[in-house]
Design a protein around this ligand. Structure first.
Ligand SMILES: [Zn+2]
Ligand SMILES: [Zn+2]
Length: 147
């Protein structure tokens, strides 16, 4: 299915009007890579819609998250990130540069949720979050501020 079709259908289903602003927010999301923050989306849209406020963009993104157009990535003390990848996947978080990277792993997908946890919570999704130092940061010698 086309991305924009997916968007309009989701909106229709949740009785959300497809406005030019919402479409612009969605398009910016769809074009974004690697878990953009609301601010990054706002920067992109601002050129086309100079009158749109950060607040509007942020609220639109949260609405999208509510109706399943975008996912929320877990926070790591950084501004909230949005996840445009709605397929099951896992995250690697670099503690140095803060980059959040998707990865796929069948074993993690198939991981069973222990019964005691299933009794306690109703699980709607599961995701592994691994933390460490990414390739790029590892290749950098320590204290190299100059390139
Ligand atoms: Zn890194
Ligand atoms: Zn992700």
């Amino acid at each position: 299915m086309d991305k924009l079709d997916f968007f309009t259908q989701k909106c229709k289903h949740h009785h959300l009007k497809v406005t030019p602003q919402r479409t612009a927010v969605f398009k910016a999301l769809a074009a974004a890579e690697n878990h953009p923050s609301a601010d990054e989306i706002f920067q992109k849209i601002h050129a086309e819609f100079p009158h749109i406020s950060f607040d509007t963009v942020n609220r639109t993104l949260l609405t999208f998250a509510e109706i399943g157009i975008v996912d929320l990535a877990e926070g790591h003390g950084t501004p909230r990130r949005f996840d445009t990848n709605l397929m099951p996947h896992h995250h690697f978080f670099c503690i140095k540069c803060g980059q959040l990277t998707d990865f796929h792993c069948r074993e993690y997908d198939d991981l069973d949720i222990p019964e005691e946890i299933r009794k306690k919570f109703s699980i709607t999704s599961k995701r592994m979050v691994l933390k460490g130092i990414c390739d790029k940061c590892r290749a950098q010698p320590p204290d190299s501020d100059t390139t």
